[in-house]
Design a protein around this ligand. Structure first.
Ligand code: SF4
Length: 243
């Protein structure tokens, strides 16, 4: 990012993000150990099931991630965005988008070959918020392909008092992640008059290759113009809110 007045609002937002990450770290440690009395959290290094899902984040997080990527990682993000463009062409239904993404996106481009996260310290709040109460195969399963009996058995096995039903992820982790994301969006709205969130690699690509962080300082109109020019003004992938 260039220096000067354009970066000043971002400094405060990125400092907030750092504080939120520290909070989330402490919270998830406490949730994992607290859940030990009633069950097990299966998340562990090398287990990357949830990395095949659509990963969303706020623009603030994307700005932080983009600043740490090397050229190899940036090229992988670019290739993911090219695949994503092909997948969403002609699609307007969210479920269809999620299904096609699962089958054709190749998953998060920042996942390393050994199953570890290539940006672990910078990973989005949404990644930190997923704490799985079931084995990793349930993070990648296509529920549309299961028999009614298999679906019933899965639902019956869920710890309904703890999970964000009908998912198998701890509700308290998901809720905390969503609350922190909302707070970042609110702070971004205070700084720029609007907020932007959506598919993480796409936002990172726009920051890295098209100066989205600097464009955001000019306001919502400038951002919408950039997205339209790049053919990326698609609400399935990106959400602009505010005046
Ligand atoms: S950022 Fe890291 S944890 Fe999140 S989906 Fe990508 S590889 Fe997985």
């Amino acid at each position: 990012m260039a220096g000067g007045g354009e970066t000043r609002p971002w400094e405060g937002l990125l400092a907030q993000l750092q504080a939120q990450r520290r909070f989330m770290e402490m919270l998830t440690q406490s949730l994992v150990s607290g859940y030990g009395s009633r069950g097990r959290i299966y998340c562990a290094k090398g287990c990357s099931g949830c990395c095949s899902l659509v990963v969303n984040c706020t623009l603030v997080e994307a700005v932080a991630i983009a600043a740490t990527l090397d050229e190899g990682q940036s090229a992988l993000v670019d290739a993911y965005v090219a695949r994503l463009r092909g997948l969403v062409t002609g699609i307007t239904d969210l479920k269809e988008y999620l299904r096609l993404h699962r089958r054709g996106s190749g998953g998060c481009p920042l996942l390393e070959g050994d199953g570890s996260c290539g940006i672990y310290g910078e990973r989005p709040l949404s990644c930190r918020a997923l704490l799985s109460t079931r084995e990793s195969r349930w993070c990648t399963v296509d529920f549309a392909a299961l028999s009614p009996e298999e679906k019933h058995s899965f639902m019956e096995g869920l710890d309904r008092e703890a999970v964000a039903f009908p998912s198998h992820y701890l509700a308290s982790g998901r809720d905390a992640g969503a609350e922190l994301e909302n707070r970042l969006s609110m702070l971004m709205t205070l700084a720029f008059g609007f907020s932007l969130s959506g598919t993480m690699p796409l936002l990172v690509h726009l920051v890295k290759r098209h100066d989205l962080a600097l464009v955001a300082v000019k306001g919502r109109g400038a951002v919408e113009e950039l997205l339209a020019r790049r053919g990326l003004d698609n609400p399935l992938m990106l959400h602009v809110e505010g005046v």
